[in-house]
Design a protein around this ligand. Structure first.
Ligand code: GDP
Length: 476
């Protein structure tokens, strides 16, 4: 949102009521002091014969994005996240992969938790994010950071494809991240991998053994069985992606986590995505900045530099940026400082400005300006039958103009993970006979996610249908 109705009227030298009328014709019932968003400003000013030019206050733009030249790109390691239902073995798998990589000399060496680690398999490096689960994955994505290249979805063979397994799959699919399935706990007497493959197939996920396109591997994380085979499949998946980065430029990347250490000061764990980060570099990260005083890997080794897909822990930032914040190396410390303080100022003035997400009421307006093609929906309900019925009916509402996508469906209360997924994929959430948990409600408020609750299926369908026809009158 930018200027208010009266400010816009002033700029164009027309009456505020004229602007209000123009907004109304777009289905927006604006008051005189209401701030308008970019699209509305554009259309309204156009109607009065003006062309809106946005001079961005987003200082992010102050950092030029230079396209890499083809010849500068070299292969980079894949970044992998492990997701799955609680107790299905995510942590065990991550620990086994990490420990298998501790060489003789380091055996027993203390590995530090820096949010990610790298291992080498057949001479190829893989980087794992070691906060397992889709919550962290999607929370980062909701902040605009997508760091995962391949997702391992782990399912315990003595259990079933569970709600969180389904969530993990939806989250990976919504992010367009390829999945490799790890069917775990095959050492257990009750293990039935076929049952898992069968349940996956019911979700339209056919593994290769069943003639499908998804790679899967039976493993035992506990007994260290077939983990090397799993990693081979992950590497194969990564190869298809042809991941490359330019190591010869100022580093860019993303914060995994940060903390304040009593002795060391602010510790920032980050992932270098491209370029090479060096000790002494000046970093701009979120509203913070600083000079890299020291840099370590997850084994506590001091590093002088770190290339693409390398996790590092650094000292020297003047605060604790958020997970998912992007960082840039700057040539000029003064510039870094000045941008950081401008961001801080903006942050204070505007509060944490939530990105505007789609709401049902807004669809009509977006349709009017020809800016709406897909409606992403998350469906949560009390029982599987109604979730399926509702999802099917919603999908059938798709028209030539608007494609309805069910980004995720599941049984249970609306959770924080659902809201994060909605935020990351610009979706609305429909609850049928369920409500959001308190933390989800709070997050939805701050992220401005539209949650609609229904207790009658046809009401839900009717309302979505009218929204898609642009018929819904906006609440004011
Ligand atoms: P997470 O919640 O997904 O991180 O699951 P954990 O890695 O914490 O594992 C949950 C429990 O399952 C622990 O008690 C593990 O020891 C056990 N577990 C994990 N993998 C295996 C396995 O391959 N076989 C057996 N028998 N137990 C396992």
């Amino acid at each position: 949102e930018f200027v208010t109705v009266s400010e816009l009227a002033n700029m164009m030298n027309v009456q505020p009521t004229q602007v209000i009328a123009a907004c109304m014709s777009l289905g927006i019932f604006a008051s005189i002091n209401q701030r308008l968003d970019a699209e509305t400003i554009q259309i309204v000013s156009d109607e009065f014969g003006f062309e809106a030019e946005f001079v961005s206050a987003e200082v992010q733009d102050a950092i030029p994005v230079v396209e890499d030249k083809e010849e500068d790109l070299i292969p980079r390691p894949p970044i992998i996240t492990v997701m799955g239902h609680v107790d299905h073995g995510k942590t065990s798998l991550l620990d086994k992969i990490r420990n298998a990589n501790v060489t003789e000399g380091e055996a027993g060496g203390i590995t530090q938790h820096i949010g990610a680690y790298s291992v080498v398999k057949d001479g190829k490096k893989l980087t794992f994010l070691d906060t397992p689960g889709h919550e962290a994955f999607t929370a980062m994505r909701a902040r605009g950071a997508q760091v995962t290249d391949v997702a391992i979805i782990i399912v315990a063979a003595d259990d079933d494809v569970m709600p969180q397994t389904k969530e993990a799959i939806s989250h990976a699919q919504a992010a367009g991240v390829p999945m490799v399935f790890a069917i775990n706990k095959i050492d257990k007497p009750g293990a039935n991998p076929d049952k898992i493959r069968e349940q996956l197939s019911q979700m339209n996920i056919l593994v290769e053994e069943w003639g499908g396109k998804y790679q899967s591997q039976e493993i035992s994380a506990k007994q260290n069985l077939n983990i090397d085979l799993l990693l081979e499949k992950v590497l194969l998946e990564a190869e298809i992606l042809n991941l490359r980065a330019n190591p010869n430029k100022n580093a860019v990347g993303v914060v995994i986590e940060s903390s304040l250490d009593k002795g060391k000061g602010y510790v920032t764990n980050m992932l270098v995505e491209a370029g090479t980060l060096k000790v002494g570099d000046v970093i701009l990260v979120g509203r913070n900045y600083g000079k890299v005083r020291a840099m370590h890997d997850e084994k506590g080794n001091a590093l002088k530099e770190a290339g693409p897909a390398t996790p590092v822990s650094i000292l020297g930032i003047n605060g604790a940026p958020n997970a998912g914040d992007k960082f840039n190396v700057m040539d000029d410390e003064r510039e870094a400082k000045s941008i950081a303080s401008k961001r801080e100022q903006l942050y204070r003035e505007q509060g944490l400005r939530a990105t505007k997400h789609i709401t049902l009421d807004e669809i009509g307006r977006r349709l009017a300006i020809g800016d709406f093609k897909e409606l992403n929906i998350i469906v949560k309900g009390d029982v599987d039958g109604s979730v399926e019925a509702l999802s099917d009916s919603l999908l059938k509402l798709s028209t030539e103009e608007i494609q309805v996508n069910i980004v995720h469906k599941g049984v249970g209360a609306i959770s924080e993970a659902d809201v994060n997924l909605a935020s990351a994929s610009d979706a609305i959430i429909i609850g049928f006979q369920v409500r959001p948990v308190v933390s989800a409600r709070k997050l939805a408020d701050s992220e401005q996610i539209d949650i609609r609750l229904y207790s009658v299926i046809y009401k839900a369908i009717e309302e979505i249908k009218s929204a898609m026809e642009g018929m819904l009158s906006p609440d004011i």
